[in-house]
Design a protein around this ligand. Structure first.
Ligand code: HPA
Length: 261
């Protein structure tokens, strides 16, 4: 199979906006079967798109098989993942429609498989730089060169869901220094790093988090998502064009010195 080096993980149906033509691939993994993966060309480069919630948006965030998804991309030869995630704004300076490239995260999930390394050799992967610095920089520079405002520093907290948070939870996260909240960023970022795949996320604020607006609805999230998708598409296309052929970041060696032999 011909390798695909770049993947996008995002919302259901985005493949139709990304590609003129695409092939649809079903892959098995030791962790189960991920949703169909779409492969097409963007700016002359072969790119894979994985809709994390499945082809009909039928898998809730806490039921996504993150290991199967990331492992399938690894099998395809993917070296870099550009993720898109809807998030709520905890930081009151952020507003719906804002684009955010988080630099750090807090894992508040409870029920997910968060590692490929359940057996020996015991493996502890470094997360001092939680997202790929090179991929983040290209995303941020690209957004700025296209004259889009982008917030380039933010701590994302990932909650288990599928319910939204309570105002007290959000207040606690705010006091802990978190800026945005979502349900899908972790363990995606963790599993990618464990396989030495670069990972960065282009988030968009779909709502103010609980307590900062009257009510939260999935309808509002999908409305904002439709509005920002053309911008996100433009940024991703140009990012893919600009990403250097050869990776120059610590992600490539994430497993070096990570193991107890
Ligand atoms: N909380 C958690 N996940 C989300 C939110 C939120 O407010 N908005 C979009 N995804």
């Amino acid at each position: 199979m011909k390798k695909v080096k770049i993947a996008i993980i995002g919302g259901t149906g985005f493949e139709k906006q990304l590609f003129k033509n695409f092939e649809k691939l079903r892959l098995g993994t030791p962790y189960g079967v991920p949703p169909p993966i779409f492969i097409g060309k963007i700016n002359g480069k072969r790119v894979a798109f994985l809709p994390r919630h499945g082809p009909e948006h039928s898998t809730p965030p806490h039921k996504i098989n993150y290991r199967a998804n990331i492992y399938a991309l690894h099998k395809l030869g993917v070296e870099r993942i550009l993720a898109t995630n809807a998030v709520g704004a905890i930081n009151l300076n952020f507003k719906p429609g804002d684009l955010v490239v988080p630099h750090d995260f807090v894992d508040f999930t409870k029920l997910r498989f968060t590692t490929f390394y359940d057996e020996k050799p015991v493996t502890h992967v470094d997360f001092s730089q939680p997202y790929c610095p090179e991929t983040r920089k290209v995303l941020i520079d690209t957004a700025e060169s296209l004259s889009f405002d982008v917030r380039e520093k933010a701590v994302l907290i990932c909650t288990e869901g599928p319910r939204y948070e309570t105002p007290a939870e959000i207040e606690m996260f705010r006091r802990l220094g978190c800026d945005i909240v979502g349900m899908t960023g972790v363990p995606e970022a963790v599993l990618a790093r464990e396989l030495e795949i670069c990972y960065a996320s282009l988030c968009y604020v779909s709502n103010m988090a609980a307590g900062a607006q009257d009510r939260l609805t999935a309808l509002e999230v999908s409305k904002i998502s439709k509005e920002v998708m053309p911008k996100i598409k433009q940024i991703l296309f140009e990012t893919i064009r600009r990403l250097p052929q050869k990776r120059n970041c610590p992600c490539i060696h994430a497993l070096r010195d990570a193991r107890f032999k």
